[in-house]
Design a protein around this ligand. Structure first.
Ligand SMILES: *Cc1c(COP(=O)(O)O)cnc(C)c1O
Length: 429
């Protein structure tokens, strides 16, 4: 059962009409309550964010933007969306914001449509080095309609501190290929991104700079990661990762002409009616992120990630790049045991109630189905209130499960202890 009374009431209400789905939602609430969520892209929203989503706002068509809709009856929707826009601008220091993207990928799609013609080239980091599907994968719109050129991550197992974006090499790639757009911001990169350096590269090759801060948005909002503004021409993000809002996307810019193009490419370019219940929840989440408590939360996210990395490091695991500056880390499992794969680690840790995902590490010799690493993140467990001492306990549990190669008895023992910790650190309610 979920921790907060309103969610419990919701499930009972659903049960009256659809017991099968109500049971499954209740089961998922139980799973979230009793396991530790270390997936770096996930979080636990507040009760206010949660329940803004389950409202009558979902009944409304509000195609268009505040003050310029294609349907009547939008007076409250205009005020809700304008509030979300104003709060997003205040939070990130942007002049213009579009809060309508249904997801991060759709925010990127609209941003690319606003700046590129089909066939144009853009520069990005390839997925296997930490980039995202929507940064030019062949199977994604970004790689189907546009031409990606990739700048490299520096590989150096002997000098892990050098496993970072190679800005000099990025400059070379961009001067050679002259992309129209440069994308920075990643899904599995544990270090600070130098937006100023990227802007210098963009200026040198005549490109626009787009920062996709999907993962680090909450850290940026709280000032614990440098802001992409004023360097980036366009900033895209998700709202559901470190920012701790509902699932969704957001696009921002400081340029009025770009703002106009972005609005047009998002609607009517790639989307129809906005999800007004989600936009209300975004407004609530942005309001929360503007409060001092959120700064403290983001600071603790980084402290906890460092503590987890240190806990694993002292138990013999190599953390790629030698550590982390943000909320996530990549663990090179081969340093514990040559035959250990990310796939095994994900499965075994899952059995023990520690949820994470397999992930490639720099220059990974194994294919994406197996990988040599796991990606771990601190945003969700920090929301529950875990601190540095608990992160060391979690590192010890991870080591115990992996050392025992997923032995059923060991996993069951750890699962029980995980359950005990979860009971002490309840979900937000
Ligand atoms: C998560 C992520 C996205 C996409 O988010 P969705 O909401 O899943 O579409 C885009 N870019 C980066 C860098 C991400 O990590």
């Amino acid at each position: 059962m979920p921790a907060d009374a309103a969610s419990q009431a919701n499930i009972e209400l659903i049960r009256k009409s659809d017991p099968a789905i109500a049971d499954l939602i209740a089961a998922e609430a139980g799973r979230q309550e009793t396991t530790l969520e270390l997936i770096a892209s996930e979080n636990h929203v507040s009760s206010a964010v949660m329940h803004a989503m389950g409202t009558c706002l979902t009944n409304k068509y509000a195609e268009g933007y505040p003050g310029a809709r294609y349907y009547g009856g939008c007076e409250f929707h205009d005020r809700i969306e304008q509030t979300a826009i104003d709060r997003a601008c205040r939070l990130f220091g942007a002049k213009f914001a579009n809060v309508q993207p249904h997801s991060g990928a759709q925010a990127n799609m609209a941003a690319m449509m606003a700046t590129l013609n089909p066939g144009d080239s853009f520069a990005s980091l390839v997925l296997k080095d930490g980039g995202h599907l929507s940064h030019g994968m062949k199977i994604n719109f970004s790689g189907i309609f546009y031409k990606p050129v990739h700048y490299p991550l520096h590989y150096d197992k002997a000098h892990p501190e050098l496993e970072r974006i190679d800005y000099d090499a990025a400059m070379k790639v961009c001067m050679e290929h002259r992309p129209k757009l440069i994308m920075c911001g990643y899904s599995a990169y544990p270090r600070i991104i130098d937006f100023k350096r990227f802007r210098e590269i963009a200026d040198a090759c005549g490109a626009l700079l787009m920062a996709d801060i999907a993962h680090i948005a909450g850290l940026v909002a709280a000032g614990v990661h440098p802001s992409p503004f004023p360097h980036a021409h366009i900033v895209t993000t998700t709202t559901h990762k470190t920012l701790r809002g509902p699932r969704g996307g957001l696009i921002m810019t400081g340029d009025e002409d770009l703002a106009r193009k972005i609005n047009k490419s998002l609607f009517p370019g790639v989307q129809g009616g906005p999800l007004m219940h989600i936009i209300a929840a975004k407004a609530v989440a942005f309001g929360e992120a503007l409060r001092p408590e959120f700064k403290d939360y983001a600071r603790r996210v980084v402290v906890n990630a460092r503590a987890l990395a240190a806990g694993l490091g002292k138990r013999g695991y190599r953390i790629t790049s030698g550590g982390t500056d943000n909320h996530l880390m990549l663990v090179d499992l081969r340093t514990k045991s040559e035959e250990l794969t990310g796939q095994d680690a994900e499965t075994w840790l899952g059995t023990a109630g520690i949820v994470c995902n397999k992930n490639g590490i720099p220059d990974d010799p194994r294919p994406p189905k197996f990988t040599s690493g796991v990606r771990l993140g601190s945003p969700a467990v920090t929301t529950r209130g875990l601190g540095e001492p608990e992160m060391d306990v979690v590192a010890a549990w991870i080591d115990k499960v992996l050392t025992a190669r997923g032995d059923a008895g060991v996993c069951e023992g750890v699962r029980r202890e995980v359950g005990g910790m979860c009971a002490k650190f309840p979900m937000p309610g």
